[in-house]
Design a protein around this ligand. Sequence first.
Ligand SMILES: *Cc1c(COP(=O)(O)O)cnc(C)c1O
Length: 354
Amino acid sequence: MEVKFIQAKELKQKPQDETKLGFGQIFSDYMFIMRYTEGEGWHDAEIKAYEPFSISPAATVLHYAQEVFEGLKAYHCADGSTNLFRSTANFNRMNNSAKRLAMPEFDEAFANKALHELIAIEKDWIPKSEGTSLYIRPNYIGMNPYLGVREASEYIFYIICGPVGAYYSNGLAPTKILIEKEYTRSSQGGMGFAKTGGNYAASLIAGKEAHDKGCDQVLWLDSAQRKYVEEVGSMNIMFVIDDIIVTPPLDGTILPGITRDSVLTIAKSKGYKVQERMVSMDELIETAKSGAMSEAFGTGTAAVVSPIGEFVYGDERITVAGGKMGGKSLEFYNTLTEIQYGKTNDPFGWIEKV
Ligand SMILES: *Cc1c(COP(=O)(O)O)cnc(C)c1O
């Protein structure tokens, strides 16, 4: 299949002040889109103007949330080139998510090729200041105008992108995390491993209540016992306990983060001990209080590494790492961002040049 390019009638004004980009508010001139029809397969792949498209008020995605998405970034390098970071891993995960939602598979290599074409066209939209990037959002949705509860037979897959600011305006400020005792995000047999809007819908109320209590994010516990740590907000979580990097295993209820995998790989390459195992609330509280837990941090594409300074558990407040960013958190942040921005060589083969 060829990607057809349709010239936009006019191009937008690009943002002038890169310190005010924020996140997810500005979109570039073009988007990639392709359609799926049962019996016909994927067709009509196009790069065309970013603009609203029409959708039936009865469409599957609007009623039954048949949707999966991804999030990744393109980075401007000092030599003027553009880096994409592990995009094939994103499309592979997207197909795994799609399978869970009974959506047809797409050709990952083709999607990645289309992404390269889109980013090449939108190169001038990639901001250049420290910490900024072009955020890329692939989205895949069920389109049938039919209210029966079943998987759709028509879909669209599209990719939009837009410049985003440095996640940290005041350096890597440690976050305050509310340990969520009531709501859970996913359960065994559910869709916790899939990047799908439904998981986010289920999480919004907890996020809102955490913000109302002055916290930045929630820490999700397992749904069966509220005993084991799962994720933090929409990031994976890691601890440094007795100098070992510890993170919950990919047991089907948590998202297999690409940043998680990258940090674990970097940690091993630096000779650190790494354990993928369950961490109970008892262990978290005990080791945080005793100081055996020297660091805790979230990992995800948006923030890369987000240090945790404090856990709020009911009336208790437990400080981690003296409320500061720990040395290993900073080391992982620096190593990963240096690879992403092409400031150092990439020994892992993660970078694709556009
Ligand atoms: C996207 C996401 C992550 C982080 O994944 P990355 O690939 O590292 O960006 C973690 N948890 C949830 C729930 C997510 O949706």
